[in-house]
Ligand binder design. Structure first.
Ligand code: FAD
Ligand code: SF4
Length: 454
């Protein structure tokens, strides 16, 4: 039988931000590792965007050699404890596992987490000899961190410029503590810094300090990894009412500014008793589960059915266990406010599913005459994010796609020589591991570019 980690008991879950998934015990991990068939062609490896040598590290767990297993993972993945927690393995390595045919793929994510939690983290080797050329990385999310770590391993002097006062990108300000404890992220950041990567915080690139300026400062190449943090709006009347939040603002206030630890942190958030979250991706589910932990009645409104929800299956299960009301096949059409412009109700319409749209999911179609209102004193809009527009808007000669993403060629290079880009800023909102895959590829291409332009 596939071994799944235990979860925190419900009462503790809802009264704290403690991590919900408890991870595998040593015995469970060894037993799970023992199920691996050590397939010769190892389809799991190509299912992983950074190509971790999965059967090798699993064998080491079976043989009770977790430190070696960690070294094996770190050859390819600089953020294993993060990935073991938040990667959608069900759509990647585990989907490719041959045991998927029997609906019992190896729990690769849980094993990766086990190794990174139980084995002492190896510190990187700090090069004493003079560093090679300088490379600038803009943004400290998974794409930027991966590119920086790989370049540092190849001997480059890497500086990450991060506009926020803490590093990690979405891993810091987006994904909540109960899914990704910040001490885990901090530990992995320490590893990356120990490789020699210098992280400059509160450093916004694009306006006073520009991409062009970075070259004048002596950087040989620049990697732009500024993510997709621009919230999409519903575009319905009343959306500017008080206590209507974008998911980004809500998450940043809670996760980065620690609103849930008020008054220890002097940055509370004002939300009412009846919170409605619109959306059904990981972002929406995270917002709903946070609001539940702030002791509110929470309803998730989604215009399609449960089958089409883009969030990870595990997150939807946890949300349902935590008694979040799902209002499916429902579309908000107007926000009704009181005389002081505070949200009071949301006017909605019922939807039904029609033919598949461009995304392959069934298109939601309004049902005539099905209008109804939902009582709400807070609304969190979590229907998607667009690429961060600052660098695209202010950098001369940087080619941009219609959807605001930066254009890159097959070598991750933008329209400006020596300027590379990857992660959500080139793909639109995607996943942690895809961003890491892009960071890894860009590091290889930057290395080749600098060597060819000596
Ligand atoms: C709430 C939430 C939950 C998610 N859950 C999951 C999940 O469970 N699994 C999963 O795989 N994916 C998940 N994702 C998606 C995933 O986190 C992103 O795809 C990934 O973080 C993208 O990485 P990135 O490095 O491209 O950008 P980001 O993580 O967005 O990092 C970009 C960084 O660049 C900085 N920056 C922006 N502009 C500038 C500038 N001009 N100068 C300097 N710095 C700048 C930003 O402050 C930020 O730190 C989630 C996303 C959100 C928002
Ligand atoms: S595909 Fe599955 S069973 Fe085969 S080596 Fe990979 S993890 Fe093991």
């Amino acid at each position: 039988m596939r071994k799944n980690p235990a979860t925190l008991e419900m009462q503790k879950r809802l009264s704290s931000f403690s991590e919900v998934s408890l991870g595998l015990t040593k015995e469970q991990a060894k037993e799970e590792a023992g199920r691996c068939l050590q397939c010769k062609n190892s389809p799991c490896i190509s299912g992983c965007p950074v190509n971790i040598q999965i059967p090798d590290f699993i064998k080491m767990i079976k043989e009770d050699r977790p430190e070696e297993a960690l070294k094996k993972i770190l050859e390819k993945n600089n953020l294993p404890a993060v990935c073991g927690r938040v990667c959608p393995q069900e759509n990647q390595c585990e989907k490719a596992c041959v045991l998927q045919k029997k609906n019992m793929p190896i729990n690769i994510g849980a094993l990766e987490r086990y190794v990174s939690d139980y084995a002492s983290q190896e510190q990187g080797i700090i090069e004493n000899k003079a560093k090679k050329d300088k490379v600038a990385v803009v943004g400290s999310g998974p794409a930027g961190l991966t590119c920086a770590a790989d370049l540092a391993k190849s001997g480059y002097a890497v500086v990450i410029f991060e506009s926020l006062h803490q590093a990690g990108g979405v891993l810091r300000y987006g994904i909540p503590e109960f899914r990704l404890p910040k001490k885990i992220l901090d530990r992995e950041l320490e590893y990356i810094k120990s490789l020699g990567v210098n992280i400059k915080l509160n450093a916004l690139i694009g306006r006073t300090q520009t991409i062009e300026g970075l070259f004048k400062e002596g950087f040989r190449a620049v990697f732009i990894a500024t993510g997709a943090g621009l919230p999409q709006t519903l575009g319905i009347p009343g959306e500017n009412a008080n206590l209507v939040y974008s998911a980004n603002e809500f998450l940043t206030r809670v996760n980065l500014m620690k609103a849930y630890q008020f008054p220890e942190y002097a940055t509370p958030i004002n939300i009412g008793e009846n919170v409605v979250v619109v959306g059904a991706g990981n972002v929406a589910i995270d917002c709903a589960r946070i609001a539940k932990r702030l002791n509110k009645n929470v309803t998730l409104v989604y215009r399609r059915s449960e089958n089409e929800m883009p969030a990870r299956a595990e997150e939807v299960t946890h949300a349902k266990e935590e008694q979040i009301n799902l209002k499916l096949l429902t579309q908000p059409v107007k926000i009704i406010t009181d005389e002081k412009n505070f949200i009071k109700e949301i006017a909605c319409i019922k939807m039904e599913l029609g033919d598949a749209d461009a995304s392959g999911r069934k298109r939601p179609v309004p049902v005539k005459g099905s209008e109804f209102n939902i009582k709400a004193d807070t609304l969190i809009v979590a229907i998607g994010q667009n690429p961060n527009p600052l660098i695209p808007a202010l950098t001369k000669d940087l080619a941009i796609n219609k959807n605001g993403t930066i254009v890159v060629d097959e070598n991750c290079m933008t329209s400006i020589k020596g300027v590379f880009a990857g992660g959500d800023i080139t793909t639109g909102a995607d996943t942690v591991i895809s961003a890491m895959g892009a960071g890894k590829k860009a590091a290889e291409e930057i290395d080749k570019y600098i060597k060819h332009n000596l």
